[in-house]
Ligand binder design. Structure first.
Ligand code: TYM
Length: 332
């Protein structure tokens, strides 16, 4: 079966609604058609400063949220990036075929480093997209289900795969970004022209999977809309209402057009109440299941160890192939 692979950083206390609707929902759908691998990119997390104890806890928490959100460990391989050393090993080789200028053009690096200045941004943050390319190419997947903001990174992985294949012979599969139309970009509730983000959204702009449902409902009800009263889908002039409509559309399966007709003549308050209800109804069981799973960390760790062993079976074959092709002398 063709393969699919993806991951989410364990950098916050919880995954947020953008992670869930933009990525996790898609991952779950791929499980029946593809051989699926989902991992927790803890090595990516340390490209910015992390508290070690917190990182460890958040890595487990992220794994628990994958499972609670619908990742079935019987169908999917679930593992932690740092448990599979081949990721770092392949990243080094790919660093050596990536142009400095090419890496400098990655917009996420430009955005993140702009905030702290060149001395605060680490070299790890700079080379982050190359590590992500290694994550992907190691498993020769056909698809990478991600939200819209990861498009440029998957594009780099494609370029590096083609370059390596051209220089050293057919080695990597050139992967596609699997980005769904709805939910590909969820926006900050307080600043609906910016994406919802763990690092840049304020608390009231974020919906976290693990928040108390009362908090979640309150945040949606106080989402920024506009001074108008018409419920319409228009990214430019009505970003707040548009975001709410898209969230409701992904959760109910109804098209945005249908929703616009249904809310014709109704007030913003109606829409907000319905969005709050739909989000809470979806997230509440995920939250409960996550907390249950976290009660037994040993069980989670055992699952992750099993996943890493399975992932290494694939990763070690690719890495050996790459090492031979670039001319490394094999150890006796
Ligand atoms: P990360 O951890 O920032 O986000 C995880 C996933 O959530 C999606 N996402 C969103 N989708 C819709 N609306 C939003 N507001 C929103 N915010 C985030 C992201 O597109 C992503 O799919 N570099 C990656 C992690 C990574 C990875 C990989 C992914 C490392 N190696 C290999 C795929 C394959 C990242 O930081 O995602």
């Amino acid at each position: 079966r063709p393969r699919v692979l993806s991951g989410m950083q364990p950098s916050g206390d919880s995954l947020h609604l953008g992670n869930y609707l933009g990525a996790l929902v898609n991952w779950v759908k791929t499980q029946d058609e593809y051989q699926t691998l989902f991992f927790i990119p803890d090595m990516h997390a340390i490209t910015v400063e992390q508290d070690p104890a917190e990182l460890r806890a958040r890595t487990r928490k992220t794994a628990a949220q994958y499972i609670a959100g619908g990742i079935d460990v019987e169908k999917s391989t679930l593992f932690v990036q740092s448990h599979v050393p081949e990721h770092a090993q392949l990243a080094w080789v790919l660093n050596c075929i990536t142009g400095f200028g090419e890496a400098s053009r990655m917009t996420q690096f430009k955005d993140k480093s702009a905030k702290g200045g060149a001395d605060v941004a680490s070299v790890g943050l700079f080379t982050y997209p190359v590590l992500m390319a290694a994550d992907i190419l190691l498993y020769r997947p056909e698809g990478v289900p991600v939200g819209d903001d990861q498009r440029q990174h998957v594009e780099l992985a494609r370029d590096l795969a083609k370059r390596f294949n051209y220089r050293f012979g057919e080695t990597f599969v050139v992967p596609e970004a699997f980005i769904q139309r709805e939910g590909a970009r969820i926006y900050d509730l307080q600043n609906p022209s910016a994406k919802m983000s763990k690092s840049s959204s304020g608390p009231n702009g974020l919906i976290n999977l693990l928040d108390d449902p009362k908090v979640t409902a309150k945040r949606i009800k106080s989402a920024v809309t506009d001074a108008d009263t018409v419920i319409a889908h228009d990214r430019e002039s009505k970003p707040g209402v548009t975001n709410l409509l898209e969230i409701l559309s992904t959760l109910t399966g109804k098209s945005v057009e249908t929703l616009v007709t249904e809310y014709d003549g109704k007030m913003y308050g109606h829409l907000k109440v319905d969005v709050a209800e739909a989000v809470v109804a979806r997230l509440e069981p995920i939250r409960a299941r996550t907390l249950e799973l976290l009660d037994d960390p040993a069980e989670l760790d055992a699952l992750l160890a099993k996943g890493a062993a399975k992932a290494r079976e694939i990763a070690s074959v690719t890495l050996a192939d790459v090492y031979a092709k670039v001319g490394f002398l094999p150890p006796l």
